[in-house]
Design a protein around this ligand. Structure first.
Ligand code: SF4
Length: 226
């Protein structure tokens, strides 16, 4: 069982974390990146401020069978924790669909687990050459691209979403969207960034309707998420 997991939090019921399904989200503690806009900085450290044992999590999930359809592992970066594959197996054995939110920081681990997942939310950070500008980590663009290629090779349903921070250049955003379209990505969401008070921080790309329409034509599904 996934007993070694360090769980930083749980949202028992959401409609937005696994498109089309009511889900429970399990936030795993720890991330090896340091994104300038990180929405969950309290999860970056491996030291959990609040601890749930994996058995407690499974007990909660057993009670939710029939109420929620899916369980999403989020973070932090869930693939940082070596107990994740066993935890995914535990959740699948309870009859839930299993989703994963990932930055793509661990392509080898993603490859090992992808066939056990029904859905992945892949966080695209920026043009692959400029990833470090967002993540603060040298080789982050390289590993993220490797992870995206693993998702494309697999049969898993996945969404590529990019949080658009005020510091990001339109040209670099367009460049990477063109690149991933060429690689075969079909489903893209641009997410508006929020500040610490949860207020949207607008970026000029969202006012350029013609540009958004031309981007949208490159994908089967493209939308902006507030
Ligand atoms: S990958 Fe996600 S959890 Fe990690 S620092 Fe970036 S935004 Fe935060």
């Amino acid at each position: 069982m996934g007993g070694d997991l360090c769980v930083g939090g749980i949202v028992p019921l959401t409609t937005v974390d696994y498109p089309g399904y009511l889900s429970t989200v399990i936030f795993l503690q720890g991330c090896n990146w340091k994104c300038r806009y990180c929405h969950n900085p309290h999860l970056q450290s491996m030291a959990a401020p609040e601890f749930f044992s994996w058995e407690d999590v499974l007990d909660l999930l057993r009670l939710r069978r029939g109420l929620v359809e899916a369980v999403v592992f989020s973070g932090g970066e869930p693939l940082l924790q070596l107990g994740l594959p066993e935890a995914v197996a535990d959740v699948a054995a309870l009859g839930f669909r299993v989703g994963l939110h990932t930055s793509g920081a661990f392509p080898d681990r993603l490859e090992g687990i992808v066939s056990s997942l029904q859905w992945v939310g892949f966080d695209l950070k920026y043009s692959f050459e400029s990833y470090q500008f967002i993540t603060g980590i040298d080789d982050s663009g390289e590993v993220a691209l490797a992870s995206l290629k693993i998702l494309l090779k697999s049969n898993v349903d996945f969404e590529t979403r990019m949080t658009v921070h005020e510091s990001m250049e339109i040209a670099a955003i367009v460049e990477v969207l063109e690149e991933i379209s060429g690689l075969g990505v079909k489903n893209v969401v641009l997410q508006k960034c929020r500040d610490k008070n949860e207020n949207v921080v607008e970026h000029p790309i969202f006012s350029d309707k013609l540009l958004l329409e031309s981007i949208a034509r490159r994908f089967d599904s493209f939308h902006v998420r507030e």
